[in-house]
Write a protein that binds this ligand. Structure first.
Ligand SMILES: NC(=O)c1ccc[n+]([C@@H]2O[C@H](COP(=O)([O-])OP(=O)(O)OC[C@H]3O[C@@H](n4cnc5c(N)ncnc54)[C@H](OP(=O)(O)O)[C@@H]3O)[C@@H](O)[C@H]2O)c1
Length: 236
């Protein structure tokens, strides 16, 4: 099951999985792109319109899982993000609502679903943006850190409770999707097809954490070495 499959990374992961022969359930707020995914292979694709901020979101995810005949992997690809150097409060709050509150709701549903089933695999597309506080996008980088910490916590909880649930935290660098908007100025931009392929490999290998790609792995490694007094002076 992929939530956030109407666009960008989630949509491309869904498309590749369908073409590989998997049975896939897809969800998001916009219905038309989900219908197009179902049209690729109607017998192996189920979809539901789900707004993760709506009260009925978990019920809709549950119905979708039932209609699909059960799920093995839940991939959380739903998210919003934008630069917000002017620190517009509405943008910050919307980002927190979707990437933190909505995400928490989806994690809660997926955790209990797999707990009941006895096994499963939860994956989230967080971001390299969650590895540091980024001045141009405070709420985005903070909520991505939240997602990474949250599933690390769930992983420990599942082990303590004896549940066979796997967790994968996927952290891409810049990917060419609608989320980035019109600006052409993103460095080391990756194609959505390549990133989706890497994500599928990570799901199959049940990686704990996957930074995509190797250039961003190097960058994040360097960021971690920087002391705070250097980081706050950097122009990003
Ligand atoms: N693009 C990048 O450079 C990049 C880098 C690292 C991480 N990421 C992360 O990857 C994830 C996917 O981003 P993307 O680049 O593929 O962006 P995208 O093309 O804008 O896709 C975002 C997806 O999230 C869904 N979504 C947003 N709000 C939702 C809500 N309230 N309920 C249900 N679904 C919702 C959207 O569907 P609807 O609008 O139809 O609901 C859409 O399918 C995000 O979490 C993003 O932070 C992206």
């Amino acid at each position: 099951m992929i939530l956030g499959a109407s666009s960008g990374i989630g949509q491309e992961v869904a498309r590749q999985l369908i073409n590989m022969g998997w049975t896939v359930s897809v969800a998001a707020r916009r219905e038309a792109p989900l219908v197009s995914l179902k049209a690729i292979e109607p017998s192996r694709v189920e979809y539901a319109v789900v707004d993760i901020l709506a009260e009925d979101a978990c019920a809709r995810l549950q119905q979708l899982a039932d209609r699909t005949g059960g799920i093995d992997i839940y991939l959380h690809a739903a998210g919003i993000g934008s630069q917000n150097r002017q620190l517009v409060l509405q943008t910050e709050e919307e980002t927190v609502r979707t990437n933190a509150l909505g995400f928490t709701r989806a994690m809660n549903w997926a955790y209990h679903y797999f707990e009941q089933q006895g096994k499963g695999h939860i994956a989230v597309i967080s971001s390299i943006a969650g590895t540091k506080g980024l001045g141009p996008a405070p709420a985005y980088s903070a909520t991505k850190a939240f997602q990474a910490n949250y599933i690390e916590a769930l992983e420990q909880l599942a082990r303590q409770q004896g549940h066979d649930i796997r967790f994968t935290d996927i952290r891409p660098g810049f990917v060419d999707t609608p989320l980035l908007g019109e600006s052409p100025a993103y460095p080391m931009l990756m194609s959505v097809a390549d990133v989706a392929g890497s994500i599928i490999k990570s799901l199959v290998h049940e990686d704990d954490v996957k930074v995509i790609d190797w250039r961003y792995r190097t960058l994040v490694g360097l960021w971690r070495l920087l002391p705070r007094w250097v980081w706050k002076r950097m122009r990003i």
